[in-house]
Design a binder for this molecule. Structure first.
Ligand SMILES: *Cc1c(COP(=O)(O)O)cnc(C)c1O
Length: 464
C-alpha cells in the first residue's frame, strides 16, 4: 500500500512588524451602533468595527519595503524619480509601452473612455463594473454584457466564470458593425461576478476575433495577478509557469489597461492608464494634465508612486498569491463545510453569502442581504457589504425596486491584514447567525437617497 502524503499547511510569506489595535465591542455597544447607522454597514464608524470586510479596495497592508519607499518620495512637481521607477516597473512586469499615472482606477477609465468612445458606440465587456460602465455612458457609449451565462449562476462550478461568450460578441459585431465597437473591455478576476477568472484560452480566441475586425481590447487589470494565479492552478499547461509570466502573457493579448492599484497592487491609493498606441498615449498624456495633474504624477504623490512600484513587484510573487487566494479559499471552505450557502467556486477577493437561501423566509422587499449584513455585525462586529436589491436600485421608468437574481452579502478580504484566526472568528459568527436564521426578521427602508442608495439608505427592524 502506498503511503498517503502527509498534509502540509501553508502560512503567510511574511511576519508582522507593526500592529494596529482594534476595539472589541460588547453586544450592547454593537446594538446601539447598528441602530445609529440605520442598519447600513456603510454608515458604521470604523472604530466600532472589529473585523472589517467591507472592501478590499485600498485596505491592504503595505510591506516594510513599501514603507521605506514612502521615505524615498521625490516630490518634485515635474520628472519625479518615482515616476520613472513606476513607469519602468509597469513596462517590465506588465509589458505595456506607455504609462499615464492617475489618482485611482476611475480616473484612468474616464480618460480612456473620453478618447476612444463616440456617441452611439457599444462597449462589450465581461460583466459591468459600476465606475467603468458609468464612464462609458458619460462618453456617449453603451455597455453590453458578453460574459458567459454561468457567471450569473451562483451554483455553477465553472472554473472560468470570467470567460467571454464569443458568439455573443460576434452577434454584437453583426448587429452594430465593428466601427461602432471601439474596444472590448476585459476585466481579470471579474469583480461583480465574485472575483471569477478569465482563462488564457478564451482571451486568445477573443484576441483573434477582435483582431479580425480591428477592435481593441482594453484590460481592466485591477486584479490581474489574482486571475493569473487561478490560471496557474486551473488551466492546462500553466502549472509550471509563474504568476509573473502569466500576468505578462495576459497583458500581451490586450492593447491597453486601466488599473485601480488599490486592489492587486497593494497600495492605499493610486492607479494608472497604460497603452501601446503612441497616438492614444499622446492624447491621454494631454488629458491627464486637465483632470489629474502633470503626466509624471497624475494625482499621486511621489511617495505613492514609489510604494506602488514596489507593490506591483510584490503582487506577482507566487508565494504572495498562494497565501492571498489561500486565505479567501480557507474562509470559503470553512463556510461550505458548515453548510452555509455561498457562491461557488470561491473567488479571488472575497466570499459571497447567498442571502436568499440563508433567509428564505424573507421576501426581497424585506432586504435579506441588508438584514444579514446587519445581523453579522451584531453578532461579532464583523462588517460585510450588501450586494442585492438595495445595491440594484430602482427602475428609472417604473420606480419599482430592481429585483436582482443574486441577493448577496460580500465578505471581502483585505490583503495581508487579517490572520487565519480572524477568518475562524468570521466563519464561526456566520455559523452562529445561520443557526438562528429562522428567528431573524427583515428590515424596512426609512430613508432612500436618489443616487447609489446602498451607500446612505437607512432602515428599521420590522416588528410585530
Ligand atoms: C475598484 C475597481 C475599479 C475602480 O477603481 P477605483 O480605484 O476605485 O477608482 C474599476 N474596476 C474594478 C474591477 C474595480 O474593482
Amino acid at each position: 500500500m502506498e503511503a498517503q502524503p502527509r498534509k502540509r499547511s501553508w502560512a503567510e510569506p511574511f511576519k508582522i512588524k507593526m500592529v494596529e489595535l482594534v476595539k472589541m465591542t460588547s453586544l450592547e455597544e454593537r446594538e446601539a451602533a447598528i441602530i445609529e447607522a440605520g442598519f447600513n454597514t456603510f454608515l458604521l464608524k470604523s472604530k466600532d468595527v472589529y473585523i472589517d470586510l467591507l472592501t478590499d479596495s485600498g485596505t491592504s497592508a503595505m510591506s516594510d519595503r513599501q514603507w521605506a519607499g514612502m521615505m524615498m518620495g521625490d516630490e518634485s512637481y515635474a520628472g519625479s524619480e518615482n515616476f520613472y521607477h513606476l513607469e519602468k516597473t509597469i513596462q517590465d512586469y506588465y509589458g505595456y509601452k506607455h504609462v499615464v499615472p492617475t489618482h485611482q482606477g476611475r480616473a484612468a477609465e474616464h480618460i480612456i473612455s473620453q478618447i476612444l468612445i463616440k456617441s452611439g458606440d457599444v462597449i462589450p465587456g465581461n460583466m459591468y463594473f459600476t465606475t467603468t460602465k458609468l464612464h462609458q455612458e458619460l462618453a456617449g457609449g453603451q455597455f453590453a454584457d458578453i460574459i458567459i451565462d454561468e457567471a450569473h449562476d451562483p451554483e455553477s462550478e465553472h472554473p472560468f466564470k470570467g470567460d467571454v461568450d464569443l458568439n455573443r460578441l460576434q452577434a454584437l459585431i453583426e448587429k452594430h458593425g465593428a466601427d461602432k465597437i471601439p474596444y472590448v473591455c476585459i476585466a481579470t478576476a471579474v469583480n461583480m461576478a465574485g472575483g471569477q477568472p478569465i482563462s488564457l484560452g478564451n482571451l486568445r480566441e477573443l484576441r483573434e476575433l477582435t483582431q479580425k475586425h480591428g477592435i481593441m481590447i482594453i484590460h481592466d487589470m485591477t486584479r490581474v495577478a489574482e486571475n493569473a494565479y487561478f490560471i496557474k492552478q486551473r488551466e492546462k499547461g500553466y502549472q509550471d509557469k509563474s504568476t509573473a509570466e502569466i500576468v505578462k502573457e495576459i497583458c500581451s493579448l490586450t492593447d491597453g489597461a486601466t488599473m485601480s492599484a488599490k486592489k492587486d497592487a497593494l497600495v492605499n491609493i493610486g492607479g494608472f492608464l497604460a497603452v501601446n498606441d503612441e497616438e492614444i498615449f499622446d492624447k491621454a498624456r494631454n488629458m491627464v494634465v486637465v483632470y489629474e495633474g502633470l503626466h509624471t504624477y497624475g494625482g499621486m504623490a511621489g511617495r505613492d508612486m514609489e510604494a506602488l512600484a514596489i507593490g506591483i513587484k510584490e503582487s506577482i510573487l507566487d508565494d504572495h498569491q498562494r497565501a492571498r487566494i489561500g486565505q479567501v479559499q480557507y474562509l470559503g471552505d470553512k463556510l461550505i463545510a458548515m453548510g452555509v450557502p455561498v457562491v461557488r467556486p470561491i473567488g479571488s477577493h472575497g466570499v459571497f453569502l447567498d442571502a436568499k437561501k440563508f433567509l428564505p423566509h424573507l421576501s426581497q422587499d424585506e432586504f435579506p442581504a441588508q438584514t444579514l449584513a446587519a445581523e453579522l455585525y451584531l453578532d461579532s462586529g464583523v462588517r460585510a457589504m450588501e450586494r442585492g436589491v438595495v445595491s440594484a436600485g430602482r427602475n428609472s421608468e417604473t420606480g419599482q425596486h430592481n429585483y436582482p437574481k443574486l441577493e448577496l452579502v460580500r465578505l471581502t478580504i483585505p490583503r495581508r491584514v487579517y490572520t487565519q484566526a480572524h477568518m475562524d472568528v468570521v466563519a464561526e459568527s456566520v455559523e452562529e447567525v445561520y443557526l438562528k436564521r429562522e428567528k431573524i426578521r427583515g428590515l424596512r427602508m426609512v430613508y432612500e437617497p436618489e443616487y447609489l442608495r446602498f451607500f446612505q439608505a437607512r432602515f428599521e427592524r420590522i416588528v410585530g
